[in-house]
Write a protein that binds this ligand. Structure first.
Ligand code: HEC
Ligand code: HEC
Length: 478
């Protein structure tokens, strides 16, 4: 099986990918990054020095998190020469040591992006590049909180003890409502963005998370933005204590019935949100995650809220706890039967999944990266993805057939569409940039490229082994 990997270095198609984990505990914006959620969050990965000239290449560790209200971003910047002087709101901070994030909430319209640029003494510049934005050259985002290591200092000169600096920021999702499919995002929503570092007197090399390659010239290149996906529930590593959820299936079924009988005057049926109480399942941040915490909340109620103590016998409460766990469990929490090694073989050879999917850094990019699929999705959702065709191609995966004026034709997925140009990720896993004028004919295909009939093309044993393999794909804690 030839792996598709080198394409990334040969063409424009190499853009970075990251899955943003949900935080279940609060983040205090103090420029320290000492919360467990930050510690456990994955790094976005090494930055690329797009226009490297000389001097020391100093790396940046960027991380992102989200919850129902906010997007969180942090930069830990290695820097032996830290300097910053700009104090004016919206001043040219990129002359100083400065970090940036450019965010496009609609992956089909990356040209609509919003920018945050913050220097080492905490001066911020914001712009809004959306086509609907009629304000001036700068923009006032709503409710942003941030903190830089030298926040508020009159200036920062280079010093021998310089080693690193940090910026921590939170941005309320309401700022993105005009371009995002959902605010807050739903699990699986994809956005595009880039995270940058720039400036300073010494080693002023410009680097970014998603590579920016010629002919693209600067950070304002939405074409090169990477892809981020919002993950929920929190991936295995972010879960409190890093524990898998354990529960007994028979208890969970019994608990389901007791719950539907006893709790739905406030909560919704089957764990859905109710008029007077939150959902107990996966679409919401949950404050209580362990069996003890859930048991305590149900048995004793939650002080200061409408959640009452329950008169149910303790054995019933334990069954409800099992039921709540089952609502929240993703595939990795279950011991899915089957032979994972055979499943991997099916993945690589017979079913050719790796032609379109990356898994642990190998494979194509037409479909989503599956390296963490077991922690991101429930088993039923994975089985459905393999066996139940979707009524329409999901957003971000619209397949097309294109014929160019020069008579070339090819198939792929529309990654970005502007008035005058298309970016199409071809079946060859390469990104094709086409001006509208170059296109003679473009046909949007009604069906996703994902062949959702593996219940027919594989034997039932092969399908089960494949599910056993996929369900175990979860990134481990760092
Ligand atoms: C009178 C309304 C009411 C009833 C009845 C009720 N709840 Fe609740 N429940 C609430 C409210 C309100 C909250 C949110 C409390 C908060 O803000 O932390 C809650 C929270 C919870 C939580 C915590 C969720 C989390 O993520 O922290 C659990 C678990 C829970 N309820 C389970 C149950 C179960 C099981 C029953 C039935 C035995 C039940 N509740 C009956 C109102 C109710
Ligand atoms: C021809 C390309 C192609 C092949 C081959 C392919 N897929 Fe996909 N797959 C996609 C695309 C594109 C999507 C996203 C659109 C969609 O969900 O329909 C996708 C979606 C998925 C999803 C849903 C991911 C999520 O985050 O919900 C899973 C799971 C998946 N594929 C697994 C597989 C497996 C396992 C195989 C092999 C048995 C496979 N795919 C073969 C293109 C492909």
């Amino acid at each position: 099986m030839p792996y598709l990997r080198a394409f990334c270095f040969l063409s424009l198609s190499c853009f970075a990918q990251y899955s943003i984990q949900r935080t279940v505990s609060p983040i205090n914006i103090d420029g320290k990054l000492d919360e467990p959620a930050w510690r456990d969050a994955r790094s976005m990965g090494d930055f690329t020095f797009n226009w490297y000239q000389s001097g020391e290449k100093e790396q940046t560790v960027a991380k992102m998190l989200w919850d129902d209200e906010n997007l969180y971003v942090s930069w830990h910047v290695r820097d032996k020469h830290i300097s910053a002087y700009e104090k004016r709101r919206h001043g040219p901070v990129s002359k100083d040591d400065c970090v940036e994030i450019f965010v496009a909430p609609n992956p089909a319209k990356a040209g609509n992006y919003y920018t945050w640029e913050i220097n080492a003494i905490g001066t911020m510049l914001n712009r809004n590049k959306a086509d609907w934005y009629t304000g001036g050259a700068t923009w006032e985002p709503d409710g942003v909180e941030y903190r830089a290591t030298f926040h508020g200092a009159a200036k920062k000169d280079e010093a021998p003890e310089d080693d690193h600096w940090i910026v921590e920021m939170k941005v309320p999702f309401r700022n993105f409502a005009r371009d995002a499919a959902h605010t807050p995002p739903l699990a699986g929503d994809e956005w595009r963005l880039n995270v940058n570092r720039i400036g300073g007197k010494t080693n002023a090399q410009l680097s970014s998370w998603s590579p920016i390659q010629p002919p693209l010239k600067g950070f304002h290149s939405p074409e090169a933005f990477g892809r981020v996906v919002f993950a929920d529930p929190p991936v295995a590593g972010a879960r409190r204590g890093g524990q898998r959820i354990r529960f007994n299936a028979a208890d969970a079924r019994a608990g389901h019935e007791i719950y539907n009988r006893s709790c739905t005057m406030c909560h919704g049926l089957d764990g859905a949100p109710g008029d007077r109480a939150p959902a107990l399942g996966a679409q919401r941040r949950y404050l209580r995650a362990t069996s003890e915490e859930l048991f305590d909340a149900i048995k004793n109620g939650i002080r200061g809220t409408a959640m009452p103590a329950s008169p149910l016998p303790e054995t019933d409460v334990r069954k409800i706890v099992a039921y709540v766990h089952s609502l929240r469990a993703t595939a990795v929490d279950l011991d899915v039967p089957g032979n994972p090694a055979n499943g991997q073989e099916v993945f690589l050879s017979k079913a050719k999944c790796a032609q379109c999917h990356m898994l642990n850094g190998r494979g194509g990019i037409l479909g989503p990266d599956l390296s963490n699929i077991g922690a991101e999705r429930r088993l039923a959702a994975i089985r459905d993805a393999l066996t139940v065709p979707k009524p329409v191609p999901p957003r971000g995966f619209q397949p097309v057939k294109v014929t160019t004026a020069a008579g070339r034709s090819f198939e792929g997925i529309v990654k970005n569409q502007h008035n005058t140009s298309f970016q199409i990720l071809g079946l060859d896993n390469k990104l094709h940039l086409l001006a509208a004028a170059q296109i003679k004919d473009i046909q949007f295909q009604p069906k996703s490229l994902m062949p959702a009939s593996f219940d027919k093309s594989l034997t039932s044993v092969e399908l089960q082994d494949l599910l056993a393999y996929l369900s175990r794909q979860a990134r481990s804690r760092r």
